[in-house]
Design a protein around this ligand. Structure first.
Ligand code: GLN
Length: 386
């Protein structure tokens, strides 16, 4: 048989999603792939029942139903203070996963360079390779996950076409400060580089940190391509409702790529999720309080178990140091953790370009009872894995 594509020859599956399968196989409490086990807001599920009866059930406009884009533009205007035209500056996609891929295909040519902070969410590297582009990695240095501005500028100097910014960051929980964003913005302007943002955790932020939309910085609106989704904000990760907000010239391209990739997001789910987009400030405050509660519960438990971990400023992940267990492979550690201790985690090596084998990632978007059970299982970690 003829050779299959070179582009995908070196590909592995997503380790994040693989760890979910492994967790399920061993009946482990799955704290690997980040998704909640609690219900979405009742207003949304009630509306889903109505929409099931009333429709729509056929295709929406390929770049997203008009009423959905209008509601999204309003909601994002409210939080970012930017004016957003729902017709020329938004595309609705099948999750931010598609958003990011459609953007990468719209922005890069094969051979172009793309700056990626390490640690990163694993899709960025896959998207870069699928687009034929090449990653340039810039480390976020633990424990603060600060970057060195000179190292970043060296990356820009290599004629980078774009930088991918995940803020708040998966997996390290960093919320980039205004000063840090200003450094990134100044370099992007100086070197005429696009910034593709992944802001899916925009509403999951812990006091006293605040989310700043990069596009709101002076000179950045025209070069920021924002990808985000409703998955985390409304606890509907399976609905695959994502979006891109960008200047009209960029959106024009993204619309076409999106049209041929997927045609469009699910029409009944867009119609339903509009109720979420119309929630008032109280919803977002409660979301933040709920996540603050889950974070506290989980990290208090990890502290009681004497485990060393990063405390997130935003998003819902912690990186736990597993050096004391003496494993050479963090993947093997996670397999043993799922099969012997009964908790699913993601090996840190999936997120780092550097040779990092001593970290694993847990997420805590779970019911209290699930987190208590996971902590209970983890209390045996030293007996079972040492
Ligand atoms: N963002 C989630 C994570 O990092 C998962 C997203 C996905 O699997 N699509 O675990």
């Amino acid at each position: 048989m003829r050779e299959l594509s070179k582009r995908t020859a070196g590909f592995t599956d997503s380790v994040i999603r693989r760890m979910t399968r492994i967790s399920n196989q061993f009946g482990a409490i799955n704290l690997s792939q980040g998704f909640p086990d609690f219900e979405p807001p009742k207003e949304i599920t009630d509306r889903l029942v109505q929409v099931a009866a009333e429709g729509p059930h056929q295709y929406a406009v390929t770049w997203g139903a008009q009423n959905f884009r209008e509601a999204l533009a309003k909601k994002q205007e409210h939080f970012s203070g930017m004016q957003i035209d729902p017709n020329s500056e938004i595309v609705i996609t099948c999750g931010s996963t598609e958003a990011m891929m459609a953007v990468m295909l719209s922005v890069t040519n094969p051979g172009d360079k793309v700056i990626i902070f390490s640690p990163f969410y694993e899709n960025y590297v896959a998207d870069t390779i699928l687009s034929g582009a090449q990653p340039i990695y810039v480390p976020l240095n633990p424990p603060s996950f600060a970057f060195d501005a000179d190292v970043l500028e060296d990356a820009f100097k290599q004629n980078a076409k774009a930088l991918i910014l995940c803020n708040p960051s998966n997996p390290c929980g960093k919320v980039f400060s205004k000063e840090e964003l200003k450094i990134i913005a100044d370099l992007a302007i100086k070197y005429d580089t696009y910034v593709i943002t992944d802001e899916v955790y925009e509403h999951i932020i812990y006091e006293p940190y605040k989310h700043t939309y990069l596009a709101t910085l002076p000179g950045m609106r025209e070069r920021t391509i924002e990808c985000s989704s409703l998955s985390k904000t409304y606890s509907i990760t399976g609905w695959r409702l994502g979006y891109v907000i960008a200047p009209p010239e960029v959106i024009d391209r993204v619309k076409k790529v999106h049209d041929f990739l997927t045609v469009g997001a699910a029409a009944p789910l867009m119609e339903t999720a509009i109720v979420g987009l119309k929630f008032g400030d109280e919803y977002y405050k409660q979301l933040q309080e709920h996540y603050t509660h889950m974070k506290k519960l989980f990290i208090t438990g990890l502290t009681d178990l004497n485990l060393t971990f990063t405390e997130p400023q935003g998003a819902y992940y912690v990186l736990v140091d597993i050096s004391e267990f003496g494993y050479k492979s963090d993947l093997k550690f996670c397999e043993d953790l799922a099969s012997k201790v009964g908790v699913g985690a993601v090996p840190g090596s999936s997120f780092f370009n550097e040779d990092v084998n001593h970290l694993i990632r847990f997420h805590f978007a779970k019911k209290d009872e699930t987190l208590y059970k996971a902590l209970d299982n983890l209390s045996e970690i030293r007996n079972k894995l040492k």
